[in-house]
Design a protein around this ligand. Structure first.
Ligand code: PEP
Ligand code: MN
Length: 570
């Protein structure tokens, strides 16, 4: 195998290429562009290009030739290779460091050994050469003991030089990432080695275009491993984005992402798919399960009780939902201020609540109503958790905000209005956070169970079902608490089932009665709205209990719930 490398025998590029082709015959090239040309013209069968250094960053000459080299599909990227970059200093045989007055190397290598050089050769002249190994070649040719070269250790054998000292680089973590390529497509495609794909995207100057491109990956659980921008030469102040992602171009979720980017971006060029580095220093990325529509349908739905007849226990912090004891979730409809959430949290904690609720992002019927404090609200909830030790559940309105809310919340609530927001259900599935899935006011039990199936099938087993009242002909209450559903869903699924009497009632006077009725029907917990001053609440005041009323209810739940056993089927 003849392999073109930038530099000459003994160079770092050659050492990288040997990782793939141990017996290679080196075709030395002066510039990275010459490496590509040598392979294209048949003077070499493959090539190796440095693409990134862990200290210096992108190797921009390589980036700038990627489009031309790989955009037309005639050359094929093969492997990613990580090479630790350790520098050695060497000179002519029989010489010594004390004789050295001139040090030759590539300017980047000289820069990476600055500390050692100033300590050991403070008076030496530093001379830029085109290549590290090339400077070793010069020293060997000239035979002058006043000259030394900084390069890879193996150059000393290649050129018969004396090694003065090894590992003289300032930072021992220094590594360079290389890409190998060949005229023939890689044979590793089917070997099961993790793959990576590189592409270039051009976007228009419009708000959010780059974000939309990145979301096409994020929304499908495709991991981005590198993003670089380079100026577009012929068009000042426009840019091309070089993107590396995990996965092969023909894997369904990456293929879907690329299809949508094709529609969004002004241009996209796929440079190729290649084997990701698996040796030392490899960055392990989280394995995301294949999307369910690309997997065989299970014989039994994942929510089906027969999947786990014992019943699933969902842990939120240290609290178990679905365990022996009913769980009490309490707190305001919305987080209104720091003082208000702290006061409520302390009050409900003292009364025996297990989990704190509170909306920071609110789904309001009218756009003119209070929409929640947003991120500030999340921070106040986290502070309330610090103070009281209660885990926090809060509502997430859209899939884009799942990562943000996951940073603060212990459990994510998917509200009634979003029960069939499938993008949100998918993101909740990928989040790894326990999910509180409310039933839509107009959703059938079957639809509700299948909404849970979305979350489960995207890899998240921690779903709690919450009945919160459905819309019926009855107008005297806000909704009608469907206790049929509580009892029936307990039969149908192994997932824990709880009830929300507050939203079902809409008026606080019947909340205690509905709470106890829910537990009697088999609910494994309740979520109750509590406000320190309900008549001044910014949302859902009419159905919120004040702190003393909640304390009485909590005491009643604790006093009576041991009598409520899961009703066995008739
Ligand atoms: C809430 O919990 O405040 C809420 C908006 O609930 P639901 O989605 O059940 O209406
Ligand atoms: Mn509410």
């Amino acid at each position: 195998m003849r392999v073109a490398v930038q530099g000459t025998r003994g160079s770092f590029s050659e050492a990288a290429a040997r990782q793939q082709w141990p017996g290679l015959e080196t075709v030395p090239c002066r510039e990275v562009g010459d490496v590509v040309t040598a392979v294209r013209e048949g003077r070499a069968d493959g090539g190796c290009l440095a693409i990134e250094n862990s200290l210096v960053g992108s190797v921009t000459p390589t980036y700038d030739l990627m489009h031309e080299a790989f955009g037309d599909g005639t050359l094929h990227l093969s492997r990613e290779i990580l090479l630790p970059v350790h520098h050695s200093i060497m000179g002519v045989k029989g010489g010594s460091l004390a004789q050295v007055t001139q040090v030759l190397s590539h300017p980047v290598a000289l820069g990476q050994c600055r500390v050692w050089l100033s300590r050991h050769l403070p008076n030496a002249t530093l001379v830029n050469a085109w290549d590290t190994a090339g400077s070793a070649e010069i020293i060997a040719r000239e035979g002058n003991p006043a000259q030394a070269a900084i390069c890879a250790r193996n150059a000393s054998e290649a050129y018969g030089l004396q090694l003065f000292e090894e590992r003289i680089e300032d930072d021992p973590t220094n590594q360079t990432r290389f890409l190998t390529f060949a005229r023939e497509p890689s044979v590793e495609t089917e070997s099961g080695v993790p793959r990576k794909t590189s592409l270039i995207v051009w976007t228009d100057h419009r708000p959010g275009m780059l974000a939309a491109v990145l979301q096409a990956f994020a929304g499908r659980g495709v991991n981005l491993t590198s993003l670089q921008s380079r100026p577009e030469r012929s068009a000042p102040w426009t840019y091309r984005f070089y993107i590396d992602v995990d996965g092969a171009v023909n894997e369904p979720r990456l293929a879907e992402a690329l299809e949508s980017i094709e529609a969004l971006a002004s241009r996209i060029v796929v440079l190729g798919t290649y084997s990701a580095w698996q040796g030392e220093g490899a960055v392990a990325s989280q394995v995301v399960p294949q999307a369910p529509h690309h997997r065989p349908k299970p014989d039994l739905p994942l929510f089906d009780r027969r999947q786990n007849p014992e019943g699933t226990v969902v842990r939120v912090g240290t609290v178990e939902i679905g365990g022996a004891r009913p769980v009490i979730i309490a707190g305001p409809c919305s987080v209104e201020s720091e003082e208000m959430i702290l006061q409520t949290a302390e009050g409900v904690a003292a009364a025996g609540a297990d989990i704190l609720r509170g909306g920071a992002f609110k789904p309001r019927t009218s756009p003119y109503d209070f929409q929640g404090l947003g991120v500030r609200g999340l921070k106040f909830l986290a502070e309330a958790r610090e103070r009281t030790g209660l885990p926090v559940v809060t509502e997430v309105l859209s899939w884009e905000e799942v990562p943000l809310l996951s940073r603060y919340a212990d459990m994510l609530q998917i509200g009634a209005r979003n029960m069939q927001n499938f993008a949100l259900l998918r993101a909740a599935g990928r989040s790894g956070k326990p999910i509180l899935l409310k039933r839509g006011a107009g959703a059938t039990i079957e639809e509700w169970l299948h909404a849970a199936e979305y979350v489960l099938s995207y890899g998240n087993p921690n779903v709690v079902m919450c009945e919160r009242g459905i819309r019926t002909f009855e107008r005297a209450t806000r909704h009608t608490l469907d206790l049929n559903a509580v009892a029936l869903v307990r039969e149908r699924t192994h997932l824990p089932v709880i009830a929300d009497p507050s939203h079902a009632a809409g008026v606080r006077s019947i909340v205690p009665a509905l709470t106890l009725a829910s537990l009697a029907a088999g609910a494994q917990g309740v979520i109750v709205e509590v406000h320190p001053d309900p008549d001044r609440a910014l949302s859902d005041g009419a159905q919120s209990l004040d702190l003393p009323a909640f304390a009485r209810l909590a005491a009643e739940i604790r006093a009576t719930s041991s009598e409520f056993r899961v009703p066995s089927s008739a």
